[in-house]
Design a protein around this ligand. Structure first.
Ligand code: AHR
Length: 664
């Protein structure tokens, strides 16, 4: 039942005019502090898709730095003069390197030039660390190379932006390092390595990093991108991906053991997103593993998120492999199960264990205190459950404290979903990873999805979701973000069983994407937070500590018939003594709204009122790297009269209302 509210509207000239309007009264039961909201509730899902790792988060600027791209060991490089690719290098898992021979003439040159990832982005006055493993090709004497960052698009006299000569003084392999400081900003520079003189040099693992990485780590991550992640205050960080965990075949699955240890000797992996979509084809997309499990754990710790690694269950991508022989037979899973057990030891084990020692040697003697482990990504049928069962048994036996995450498959409902949920209960996994990339109609209708879930079974991890828009609108835009916000009221209301949620995917390079929408876009120098990012951030920053019941006419506010496109949820934050109400109006009309904080004691007043409003005039637009701050949440203060707020929420708007509980 809607109540009749008499509001005072101030007409021009400050004349008070009485108006009678139907309002939507949302009743928040302040006395019924409900389920605890998990610290992990709102998190991040990282997948190495869209050049999210190499060419993105991983700050290395040189592509194919170890000359291991298998189809062409000089892919990404231009060469001039006398250059040979050799195979007996110092790193056994990356054996290729390049020999720069004297050109034979004082006016000819031997040079290799790296194109980077869609170019090499450098900023004027910033420091870049160039390093190379090198040796002279002849015993005795020395040789010289000249490392240069160059702008090939320059109309100036000199293409060089920064350069320095390095003397290679030994026939033994050594790492040489210099810092280069470009004289200008350039998004698409190249790195050149000239041989100076006629004495030859062998070069391997040619690298260029900004010195100013996230937390200054040497094998570091792009600062602006990690900062954007930290700014979400994520509770959990799922990595290294979805489908890349599985691989197109087992050989190309993500192998965490190849991603740890000295960076020069981490073998290359094929990135399946190179060719998964031939309509977005990227023949130079590989995984250097330079951003590996150690770096993921470290970053999770530094941004305050629980690490949540996902491992292969022994199934190659089921979409791409009908043949049973593509997968690991159930009775041959030992090494896969051992990978899982060893990962737990790597993350949490004492420094006198094999894998704990490696973690310590890499710089982190303290355990990472990993609590969650995903086994398998989007898997289905008994192929999955019979394999998962083997993992569950082994992990429970050795590490009962680890929370195991199973899966309900790639779909939000349907045959596989219906088969898998009971199976996940039977296997007693701790959480079930649900995925839903669905259209607007689904998001609008899913406002009560979790209300009737079994409260006793495993908890829900909404591990990948995004609104994909209808009629091919599969790109980032405000309306999709708004519907995600609406749907999330349902996660929040059911926080007793929904323990984690992560939007997907996280990153996309504007020139290298295979999948949209994504949370953060970037080019070589800039990054941009999308509307979906801001929705995630608003929820995370305002997640509170406990659910509060919120109803309209005794019903949940979930876009139901007669609710005029409203979705809402409420939480209490006992750390800041704040009531937080999230309301989303997905409708075309603004709506009158009443927030009734019911049950407050007489000596309580609500103070420090705020409303954060998120709205875009053009529903199909989003922020871009060129105009990153076009659609952003806006905060303003708000007065409340007693325990009732009478207000309006605009059409197509997400509002977060906050009031501090104070004493009179
Ligand atoms: O993130 C994009 C892909 O979507 C993931 O790899 C997969 O899990 C899902 O299908």
């Amino acid at each position: 039942m809607k109540t009749l509210l008499t509001t005072l509207a101030l007409a021009a000239g400050l004349t008070a005019v009485a108006q009678t309007t139907d309002t939507h009264e949302l009743v928040i039961q302040t006395k019924k502090v409900g389920a605890q909201i998990q610290p992990t509730m709102y998190g991040l899902f990282f997948e190495d898709i869209n050049y999210a790792a190499d060419g993105g988060l991983y700050a290395e600027l040189v592509k194919n730095r170890s000359f291991e791209f298998p189809n062409n060991h000089l892919q990404g490089w231009k060469v001039a003069g006398k250059v040979e690719v050799k195979t007996d290098g110092p790193f056994d898992r990356n054996p290729h390197y390049v020999r720069l021979n004297g050109s034979g003439h004082g006016h000819k040159h031997t040079v290799i030039e790296n194109e980077g990832f869609f170019g090499i982005g450098v900023k004027q006055g910033e420091k870049y660390r160039f390093s190379v493993w090198a040796r002279t090709t002849k015993a005795g004497g020395s040789a010289k190379i000249y490392a240069e960052i160059a702008n090939t698009r320059s109309m100036g006299e000199n293409q060089g932006l920064a350069g320095t000569e390095i003397i290679i003084d030994s026939p033994e392999w050594k790492q040489y390092e210099v810092v280069l400081t470009p004289s200008a900003t350039e998004e698409k520079a190249v790195l050149r390595l000239f041989l100076r003189g006629q004495n030859g040099v062998d070069v391997e693992h040619v690298s260029l990093f900004p010195v100013d990485t996230w937390n200054g780590h040497k094998n570091g991550l792009r600062k602006d991108l990690v900062q954007a992640l930290a700014d979400v205050k994520p509770g959990v960080f799922r990595f290294p991906g979805g489908c890349i965990v599985e691989g197109t075949d087992l050989d190309t699955r993500y192998n965490w053991k190849n991603s740890v240890g000295p960076v020069e000797n981490r073998p290359l992996n094929e990135n399946r997103w190179q060719y998964t979509f031939t309509h977005r084809f990227f023949p130079d997309y590989y995984q250097s593993y330079g951003l590996g499990f150690y770096e993921y754990f470290l970053m999770s710790e530094e941004i305050g998120a629980e690490p949540l690694p996902v491992l292969s269950v022994g199934l190659a991508c089921q979409y791409q492999n009908d043949d049973i022989h593509a997968h690991v037979p159930v009775d041959e899973l030992d090494s896969y199960v051992q990978d899982a057990l060893d990962l737990i030891e790597f993350a949490n084990g004492a420094t006198d264990t094999k894998w704990g020692k490696l973690r310590a040697d890499m710089g982190h003697p303290e355990p990472f205190n990993m609590k969650f482990l995903g086994i398998g990504n989007e898997q289905w049928s008994s192929l999955f459950t019979e394999r998962l069962e083997v993992f569950v048994k082994a992990i429970r036996e050795k590490y009962p404290e680890i929370n195991i995450i199973g899966s309900s498959g790639p779909n939000s409902e349907g045959r596989d979903f219906d088969y898998l949920w009971p199976e996940m209960k039977r296997l007693e996994v701790d959480l079930v990873d649900e995925h839903f990339y669905r259209p607007e109609s689904w998001f609008l209708a899913a406002g009560n999805r979790y209300d009737n879930y079994d409260r006793k079974g495993p908890k829900v991890f909404a591990g990948e979701y995004a609104c994909h828009g209808a009629n091919g609108k599969k790109w980032n835009h405000f309306n999709a973000a708004l519907l995600e916000a609406a749907f999330m009221t349902n996660l929040e209301r059911n926080a007793d069983i929904v323990h984690m949620a992560t939007y997907a995917p996280l990153f996309a390079h504007v020139e290298g994407w295979q999948w949209r929408p994504d949370m953060i876009w970037f080019d070589n120098l800039r990054s941009v937070k999308t509307c979906s990012y801001y929705v995630q951030q608003l929820y995370s920053h305002n997640k509170g500590t406990n659910v509060l019941p919120l109803t309209m006419d005794g019903q949940t506010v979930s876009g139901q018939e007669g609710q005029d496109g409203l979705f809402a949820s409420a939480v209490w934050d006992n750390e800041t003594n704040t009531y937080i109400v999230k309301v989303i109006n997905v409708g075309e009309q603004s709506q009158p709204l009443t927030l009734n904080f019911a049950g407050l004691k007489k000596n309580v007043i609500l103070t420090d009122g705020k409303v954060i409003t998120f709205h875009a005039d053009d529903l199909l637009k989003d922020n871009t790297v060129e105009a990153p701050n076009t659609i952003v949440p806006v905060e303003s203060s708000l007065a409340i009269d007693g325990n009732v707020l009478n207000t309006r929420i605009g059409a197509k708007t997400f509002c977060v209302y906050k009031f501090v509980k104070s004493s009179k």
